[in-house]
Write a protein that binds this ligand. Structure first.
Ligand code: DON
Length: 304
């Protein structure tokens, strides 16, 4: 398979497309991003990398970071984690408050904001310095010490993050938050602000395509069972109320973020990241989804 040719065709076909949608603006700093940015990187194996466009430019990974924090919480708590957060698709927007009420404060899954905030609470309870440990985890699986938080983005989200404050407060009232609100949201806004490129994201996500092991060194980061669970959650919940559509169109486990990034993996084959900041009404990258749909259609390979 000539993956570079496939990526070049995707680039050529999609860069001329009219894209309807908007760059995320509820986090003021994100509204400043150039909507024309478009990059993709596919990481297949040692020395086998394929890319186009703005694939080495760092952007705000936002909710993609929820896969990293979930991995850390699973390492710390094992199966006890599932007493605090469920594993069902939400079918509702990622920042929904109403669902929490009838679910009695137990978020539907770890990828909607409420679920990710419970994961933050768990990491705040179990780690002395969760921000430092998250950075170490991501740097390790990416084999790259240049990964940093974007403090400007974190501060920008904090200044308008009323819904996330509301979610934590509400879950605290219902007994599913153990720490004070402030350290939880501070950690959450920082994890979302992580700045990474498509190339770095594809490399970091290779552990989910490779049974929990780093491809280049063989070092084991996560057990096979944990990777199975994380990939199942990406498949069923990674795109919120568009998870069905992503499975239907693309057929790979993946995770999106409102910075316009999407990462997907094909177990035992590759990991791939794409970035285009214009979002559809469900908060997922419009061109990013189209690019991944073309990838699995043109290669004739998906997990199904
Ligand atoms: O909490 C928020 O709203 C953002 N920091 C993250 C949301 C997000 O990325 C949703 N994904 N598409």
């Amino acid at each position: 398979m000539d993956y570079q040719k496939v990526l070049d065709t995707i680039h050529e076909e999609l860069s001329h497309r009219d894209v309807y949608g908007k760059v995320a603006s509820y986090i003021p700093e994100l509204a400043k991003v150039d909507p024309k940015k478009f990059g993709m990187h596919l990481y297949k194996g040692k020395g086998e990398h394929y890319s186009f466009g703005d694939s080495i430019e760092k952007f705000s990974i936002q909710s993609i970071s929820k896969v990293f924090t979930l991995s850390m919480a699973m390492q710390l708590l094992g199966e006890d984690l599932w007493d605090r957060v469920d594993v069902e698709p939400s079918g509702d927007p990622f920042n929904s408050l109403t669902q929490l009420e009838y679910e009695k404060g137990i978020p539907r899954n770890p990828f909607i904001n409420a679920g990710a905030l419970v994961i933050c609470d768990i990491l705040v309870s179990n780690l002395d310095d969760p921000k430092k440990d998250l950075l170490e985890f991501v740097r390790k699986i990416c084999d790259n010490d240049s990964i940093e938080y974007d403090h400007k983005i974190a501060a920008s989200e904090k200044s308008t993050g009323y819904r996330n404050y509301a979610l934590v407060n509400y879950m605290k009232a219902l007994g599913n938050i153990k720490n004070e609100v402030e350290p939880i949201v501070d950690f959450y806004f920082h994890q979302c602000s992580l700045a990474m490129s498509c190339e770095e994201l594809a490399k970091a996500f290779m552990i989910f395509a490779n049974n929990g092991k780093m491809l280049e060194t063989g070092e084991k980061i996560l057990s096979k069972t944990k990777v199975k669970r994380i990939n199942a959650l990406m498949q069923t919940c990674g795109f919120y109320d568009e998870a069905g559509e992503f499975s239907f169109e693309v057929g790979l486990p993946g995770k999106s973020g409102v910075g316009g990034g999407i990462v997907a993996i094909h177990p035992a084959q590759y990991s791939v990241a794409v970035w285009s900041p214009i979002l559809n009404e469900k908060g997922n990258s419009e061109l990013g989804m189209a690019a991944l749909e073309k990838l699995t259609t043109m290669t004739g390979l998906s997990i199904f």
